[in-house]
Design a protein around this ligand. Structure first.
Ligand SMILES: [Zn+2]
Length: 316
């Protein structure tokens, strides 16, 4: 970690013109006419659950969000170190939270070969179906947007507007959702190898847009908690505040990823955890400073809005 911190502070210096704000990312998508209800910006929350420690803190986390009127997506690793309970998934959904899929394992090897990816994609599609999930995020924010067409998803969120601290640091270059069309001639995962009756079942239980000719990419646009508090050792929420003011000014999508694993809810000052009030205070800041100015939705809600918007150009 000490070595990572040393390189991180150097990277921060080298990238100060484009992180945490990259001024070149503000162009809206073609035909864009704004967020629902004329809100200034969209506000989305996601959580990647990395370990059993994080899994055990989900209820504290969602209670906090619910008490402040927020909802999020909880991204689970299907075959990681914890077992995901069906009851928990159902409970989260009943309360208005969304469930997403975070890789298959968390070993950083998802994209090592196309063959390996395709093999894992079949299993990932099974978990998407079991959890009735529409969204995906890769471990370590690795991304190969062409290969992701093998997944039966409405949206992916493995990219970012700007984040030089990630192992694959190329950003999507926008603070808006982006449509990723399926290359010509490729079949959708629902229409290829599966038998007709299997396809029937899937389309019954999933939102219509899962049969789209592509998917929506939702880049996260606020620095991750792990970057700010574990890697850069920030002691305040000033970077989040500055960035969201800028995102609001440009009418973009404020999308934050926070890991329950790293939040210290007990105030014990545990190593590699940061105080829960950082996160709570940021949510309160948004609620109080931007009252009625933001559209709070889960990522699936944003992706559905983006594909269904009336002004969506035919050529998308
Ligand atoms: Zn992860």
């Amino acid at each position: 970690m000490a070595v990572r911190r040393f390189f991180a502070s150097r990277k921060r210096q080298q990238n100060k013109a484009t992180w945490p704000i990259d001024p070149s990312t503000t162009t809206p998508p073609s035909g864009w006419s704004g967020w629902p209800d004329k809100k200034r910006f969209a506000f989305l929350l996601s959580h990647d659950v990395e370990t059993q420690i994080g899994y055990d803190k989900i209820s504290d986390l969602v209670d906090l969000e619910e008490s402040l009127g927020f909802r999020s997506v909880i991204n689970f690793i299907p075959e990681g170190q914890y077992r995901v309970s069906e009851n928990l998934v159902q409970n989260l959904k009943n309360r208005g939270f969304e469930v997403g899929v975070h890789g298959l394992h968390h070993d950083g090897k998802l994209y090592n070969s196309q063959e390996g990816f395709n093999h894992r994609a079949k299993k990932i599609n099974q978990y998407l179906k079991i959890w009735d999930a529409t969204g995906f995020r890769s471990p370590l924010m690795h991304h190969n947007l062409d290969w992701l067409h093998k997944l039966n998803i409405t949206y992916d969120s493995s990219t970012f507007d700007t984040d030089p601290f990630e192992p694959q640091p190329d950003g999507l270059g926008t603070i808006f959702p982006k449509w990723i069309p399926r290359p010509n001639g490729e079949h959708s995962p629902g229409s290829g190898e599966q038998k007709p009756e299997a396809r029937e079942r899937i389309s019954d239980s999933r939102p219509q847009s899962s049969n789209l000719d592509g998917y929506v990419e939702l880049p996260y646009t606020l620095p991750q908690d792990s970057t700010l508090y574990l890697l850069l050792k920030e002691q305040t929420i000033d970077i989040w505040k500055t960035k969201i003011a800028w995102l609001a000014q440009h009418g973009g999508m404020a999308f934050l990823n926070v890991h329950p694993d790293y939040i210290d809810f007990d105030g014990k000052g545990t190593r590699n955890q940061y105080p829960a009030p950082y996160y709570a205070n940021f949510l309160k800041h948004i609620k109080e400073t931007y009252t009625n100015q933001y559209w709070q939705a889960t990522p699936n809600g944003v992706a559905q809005f983006f594909v269904n918007r009336k002004e969506r150009p035919q050529s998308l």
